[in-house]
Design a protein around this ligand. Structure first.
Ligand SMILES: *Cc1c(COP(=O)(O)O)cnc(C)c1O
Length: 420
């Protein structure tokens, strides 16, 4: 079976496991920095391009700090994410607040930070006015509804997604905001997810450029920026090809020249809100096999569970597995690799061909840098594990300690439970 490369030597991972204990997420600073530069280079042609890293993918301030130092801003959609962006020194329009079903206090905080507020619904124009006051700049999230298949098709079913406004509502919202004194405008959409074909992201840009032209023609509004959302996919499986970021940038450039420039919109800034692509491949979950079990199937039990990575259980997602020290051996065993939750979908892999695994082996789950630790939860009283950063100088830094039982019980005022 095809292998996937690890971002650091096996011996290094084994040494880290020895020092810190398992399980842990290990992140690669150099990989994240290189990706930040690569994405920005692909849009070097675009006036004032900015990537607002989607904080939800890996909401750790140490990671935000790394990405901020590469010139990235943040895309936030909750109070906690706004506070994380603020803590690392992000301010103003570096922060994009793309929320939905938004509580009033989050609009107030976003206004206080001077973040770009990206409204999910037409009713939010008045809701924002009443709760936090209208800013000078507003952005609107577009949902195009059902798309025709074939050709320039856009995958997914936007008409079934809860996000964004219809085309008619975008125009109504812009008129309403203008009548209330809003002077600066932006447009946003996010209609692809984990997409590996550059063409679909180019198609998103085409759709948004045409919308911007129509907004100018019908209402005389020249938007300041267009935010193309996230959606850049990962080659989770070894046989998948990575998305061609450079081709995506070039394809969007061609559409910009074809649609925007002739319409007098050649100064409009572009933005993206990638999350998964910025951190996903630059993280691994390292766990130890603690049990083998042979019943109707062959099981490998790890010391990690859904608390550390729930994507396989939630979406049936594939995460590649490397057994440390056994990369050269034939994958002649078929295992279900599981965690310890009393929940039968707590499985990292089902029917996976792997080399023989024995208790004590270190098992590496690839591509856990996005939506890994971030989605962790405490069902069954399981604890979220530590997060480690492999820095560019080769040293390892603990950037989040593992949860303790005292953390778990901290919200219970009850005698007899551990407090530390
Ligand atoms: C999740 C999300 C993103 C990031 O998407 P990726 O697929 O991780 O790139 C960007 N914008 C919004 C509004 C999101 O909800």
């Amino acid at each position: 079976m095809a292998e996937k490369k690890l971002f650091c030597a096996e011996e290094k991972i084994a040494a880290i496991a020895e020092e810190y204990g398992t399980p842990f997420h290990l992140y690669d600073e150099a990989g994240m920095r290189a990706m930040a530069r690569r994405l920005q280079a692909a849009f070097a042609w675009a006036p004032g391009f900015r990537e607002h890293y989607a904080v939800k993918a890996l909401p750790n301030p140490h990671i935000l700090e790394v990405l901020h130092s590469e010139g990235l801003g943040a895309d936030c959609s909750s109070m906690a994410e706004l506070l994380l962006a603020e803590a690392v020194g992000m301010r103003g329009e570096e922060i994009c607040f793309t929320s939905n079903d938004t509580p009033p206090e989050e609009f107030v905080k976003a206004r206080e930070l001077g973040a770009v507020i990206n409204l999910d619904d037409i009713t939010h124009v008045e809701f924002l006015e009443q709760t936090a006051g209208l800013p000078e700049l507003l952005s609107f999230r577009f949902n195009p509804g059902a798309q025709r298949g074939g050709g320039n098709a856009i995958i997914g079913k936007p008409e079934e997604a809860k996000y964004g406004m219809t085309r008619a509502q975008i125009f109504q919202a812009a008129e309403l905001a203008m009548s209330k004194g809003v002077r600066r405008f932006g447009l946003h959409t996010m209609i692809v997810s984990n997409e590996l074909e550059a063409d679909y992201l180019v198609g998103t840009a085409t759709m948004m450029f045409e919308l911007a032209v129509e907004l100018k023609q019908r209402l005389g509004i020249a938007v300041e920026f267009i935010n193309l959302g996230g959606g850049i996919g990962l080659a989770y499986r070894p046989e998948e090809a990575e998305i061609d970021i450079e081709a995506m940038g070039e394809g969007i450039h061609a559409e910009y020249r074809r649609i925007m420039e002739p319409a007098g919109l050649g100064q409009v800034r572009l933005a993206m809100e990638s999350g998964r692509a910025m951190t996903g491949p630059y993280g691994v979950l390292v766990a130890r096999a603690i049990h083998t079990k042979d019943t109707y199937r062959h099981y490998i039990g790890l010391d990690a569970c859904m608390a550390n990575l729930m994507r396989p259980a939630l979406y049936g997602s594939y995460h590649h597995i490397t057994v440390l020290g056994k990369q050269g051996q034939p994958a002649d065993h078929v295992y279900d690799v599981v965690g310890s939750l009393c929940e039968n979908n707590d499985k990292f892999a089902i029917g996976r061909e792997l080399p023989e695994i024995v208790p004590g082996d270190l098992v590496v789950l690839h591509d856990t840098g996005a939506h890994g630790s971030a989605m962790g939860f405490n069902y069954n009283g399981k604890l979220r594990c530590q997060e480690l950063l492999l820095t560019t100088d080769g040293s390892v830094r603990l950037i989040r300690r593992g949860e303790t039982l005292a953390d778990l019980f901290a919200t219970l005022d009850y005698p007899g439970l551990p407090r530390e």
